[in-house]
Design a binder for this molecule. Sequence first.
Ligand code: ADP
Ligand code: MG
Length: 262
Amino acid sequence: MCRVIAIANQKGGCAKTSTSINLGIGLVRLGKRVLLVDNDPQGHLTLGLGFPKNLRVTLKNMMENIIMGVEFDPKEAILNHKEGVDLVPSNKLLTGMDMSLITVEDREKVLKEYLELLEDDYDYIIIDCMPSLGMLTVNAMTAADSVLIPVPPQYYAADGLVELLKVVKNTKKRYNPEIEIEGILFTMDASRYNNAKRNKKAVIDAYGAELRIFEDTIPRSEAIAETASEGISIFAYDKKSKGADSYEKLALEVLNHGKKGK
Ligand SMILES: Nc1ncnc2c1ncn2[C@@H]1O[C@H](COP(=O)(O)OP(=O)(O)O)[C@@H](O)[C@H]1O
Ligand SMILES: [Mg+2]
């Protein structure tokens, strides 16, 4: 069965896209069939996997086909990355989608309906969300079995989670009763500094009883930051790095989590 995971946090720069790439390819390396979905008009996931900005067929076209109810090939947009992961790409043409969805009937379900056409072909579908809690993110949460929340241990990190968790709760109530929180993942972690430790503790104190917080964190790492411009994962960039090790552990945790998390 296919498991759909949305990677979400309305803050920019918290490693949503890096986590989508490295968790996705981490799962491929564990023998899983994985589709990544670029649900951000910035197209960072598409660029980060080395594909160009000006692709003709993207997520936008697929969602439009669903909205219009026409017959179409749902695989037409899919690109194959050399590390074995597949991608539904996006670019700035997706920008208008948040607005045009407003007038669509069942507007929160468009992405879900599209991904349902693909789920027989994959064990995991990972949706990289944009830094907002608008209609595209609600679509991702409606399509998802779970939400994974990357959080850099910075000051106020716990604060930003309030709004995000409200949207998850609302989506659960209205559109997707099955949705779970996959977990909070600390990213860009600099544990050797007291500041990071303090900020992690604040998040754990606020949410640890209620939500799963991944034991292994993703370290702040120059290597991870550099992979984006290379179009490859941390595994291809430096298999022996701490970053690769941490994303491998995350992939294993996600794999073992299955459907039985809190
Ligand atoms: N563990 C990390 N250590 C250092 N830099 C990172 C790490 N993860 C991501 N980055 C860098 O931080 C920036 C933001 O990451 P990104 O994944 O694009 O975040 P988001 O998708 O949440 O906006 C990018 O330049 C990325 O290369
Ligand atoms: Mg991003």
